[in-house]
Design a protein. Sequence first.
Length: 431
Amino acid sequence: MREVQNLQNQVIDGYRFDEYLGYTGAAHVYKSTQIEGDKVVAVHLLPNHNIDEPNFIEGYILKAAQLDRLHHPNILSILGYGIGLNHPYLVVGHIVGPTLKDLLIAVKKRMRRIPIDASIFIASSLAGAISHAHLLNITHGNLRPSNILLEDSGIVIIADIGLPHLLAFEPLLVSDDDDTIVSGGRDILKEKQRDLFDLGVIFYEMITNQPPFLTPDTVILEEDFESLDLIPPSDIVPEISYELENVIMKTITPTQVERYQSIDEMLEDLSVISRKVKTTVLPAARLSDVAQFSSRFSHAVVPEEVDTEKTEAVALYFLDTGQVLDLENDREYTLGRLYEGQPVVPDIDLTPFKAYEWGISRLHSSINTSTDHVTVKDLGSSNGTWHAGERLEPNVPITLQHGDIFLLGKLRIQILLPVTGLSKQNEMPVS
């Protein structure tokens, strides 16, 4: 379909192609204008390899009409469909914002993770949308980060739903119960399970920053599931809750009988976790650019945004909230939580961060800053200060470089050094 990337100013059925936006994994997308009414839309131009098969066009129109029944805030609505330029096409709303794939790439480049509450929000939005589709016996068939859109307003949108089925050449049947168009030979239950599995793979990657099996774009066949080697998320992110890990594992465990049997089972457990997510508000913090999307839906207070790359100060990045706290250079800070009558007050008070629930002591640790490194020292805390899987010996400082992550109890913090400090670390990647 390479030729379809150069169709600017072409017009099909009243839609003018203005700008090529890219490939979702199932369709080439053009930002377009509906000439009548001058409305901005997106046209998804689909593969045409079956277009000459008998009755394909009729079947495509019938199945597209079936997709037009989907009405959910997290599903990209269909505004029109047809055949043009010898290709099937769908017209949908134009979404301003990155894809989930873009977000995953961005956080990995900066050695960070998507905040846990943001990952839960995204997964819950996707599960609700898929549940709605499954009620209509519509399956996605190719759910992946590249077809999950993140509106600037904070809404998560699934694109390309049902496209594998839509483009298949197969006999069609009409259900006697509700006039639903179904395909002869399809196993709807297995397709629904596949959607659930694909969602679990995405959820795992959002939490751990790595795919559970092989590489993100590897196609995993159903018959291969039980031979897959699955690393529990807590082996990578030890601070996640047992309940959250259980949801992820029940979604993608290779053993079929141990998995959720429907998307609604997962959604029910996920909704309970969503209500328990900690209120992670940190005073005097600023928001990193990577986390701007998650701030749109987070219940945390959004502080003034500052570009991390322009800072001249050492900073602490709180991986579970996307917030960044600037520190002065060449100074020692104590970190902990305030307590009534406490004789010694920490320089950085994490009490509003629900510090007790994260396992942070009243005087937990200290940080000594300079432009090219920091040292961290545990102050005899109850739950320990951790680095590289090892608990620090009390009152023995260790040196951390740019990008290093340490834990206060369960709270993950990453060291960010200013650009001037990075120039002294040639072996370290620039964030």
